[in-house]
Design a protein around this ligand. Sequence first.
Ligand code: GDP
Length: 412
Amino acid sequence: MRTDLHRHPENPPTAVRNLGILAHVDAGKTTLTERILYVTGTTHKRGEVDDGTTVTDFDPQERDRGITIFAAAVSCAWDGHRINLIDTPGHVDFSDEVARSLRVLDGAVAVFDAVAGVEPQSESVWRQADRYGVPRVAFVNKLDRAGADLDSAVESIRRRLHPAPLVVQLPIGTESGFTGVVDLPRMRSLVWTDGRDTAEEGPVPEELRAEADRRRRLLEDAVAELHPAALEEFCAEGSVSAPTLVAALRDLTRTGDGVVVLCGSAYRNRGIEPLLDAVVAYLPSPLDVPAVRGTQGGVEQERAADPRAPFAALVFKVNATGTGRLTYLRVYSGTIGKGETVWESGARRVERIGRILRVQADRHAPLERAVAGDIVAVVGLKSARAGSTLSAPGAPLVLEPPAVAEPVITVA
Ligand code: GDP
């Protein structure tokens, strides 16, 4: 299903997912990002990482030099929701930059290689996300590779990362014959054929029926064990309906007691639509996460994701590009319109917001305003740095204590 971006210029906070893709180098983050942009209709051409045409490469000069430069955030639309894909640095350290990128997202997809399973680097990325309390779903990628094995990848998640893996798909076919998945909560199959953009939905193939039944029971048992409230409902109903199971999986994802596991092949464009459905179904919206805390005149304050509350936003990246200085921000509360003024916590002065932009892969869509929960880029700010708070001049707020100013990254 492709969704026209322009039909959803603005979304209520409940329909926003601020998403990061967490992966160690080579697990397929670039390919997956590329396919998400393609499947959501944000780009119309499938780029290939290996031939240097991925749209997330963004800048022709950088592309020529073979360096992947992500926009700090790219926006796409899926099933009536806006998904803001926030770039998370590939390197694993405890720098302010990594902390900030984890801070501005509300949920993440952790990508694993179906041959290698959990590797030391994926473990570090996972621990960092734990530290910032980021709810996750897991995507076991590269199922088309020789030696790919979902079960052993899941086993390594269980052994090394400790949340209970809740496997919601059964692959159809193996290695180069991997063609689709059985969606266990709904007991339907999704099959991808080369040359077609979207999955074909159908009944569970006869030869997989017994195995799919067995795996759904395993999933139900795992959920029931972790979520006694849901268990009561199971007993009362006899069999577990898809909505009940999905609601229980959503709770477990948000508490971090379990991790929903999906699989696919980003490279072959298989498994992307159910992954996006899972992002919408299981990961939280800006309204589902705790209110942000900051200080106003030294006094601690909480700001909920309410469009009518005083404006507060955190700057998480500043890029100097050919189109000007782009300041990326996460709006935590309130609403801001173009041309309005904000108080900037670094220079401690009032600045004017010029244009407000939604970054969509290789183009920028102008917006009249940005509201609580959203991620946008603005043009016109001079002193804001990564880590600055922007807030209503009448209610100046500081979300992060002043840090060493980071340099502005010059892309073009
Ligand atoms: P990143 O470093 O995590 O951004 O990984 P890339 O997206 O650049 O992928 C690393 C390598 O793995 C590239 O050569 C990709 O073509 C390849 N790759 C990515 N996804 C898949 C997949 O699903 N199957 C296979 N066989 N290769 C993949």
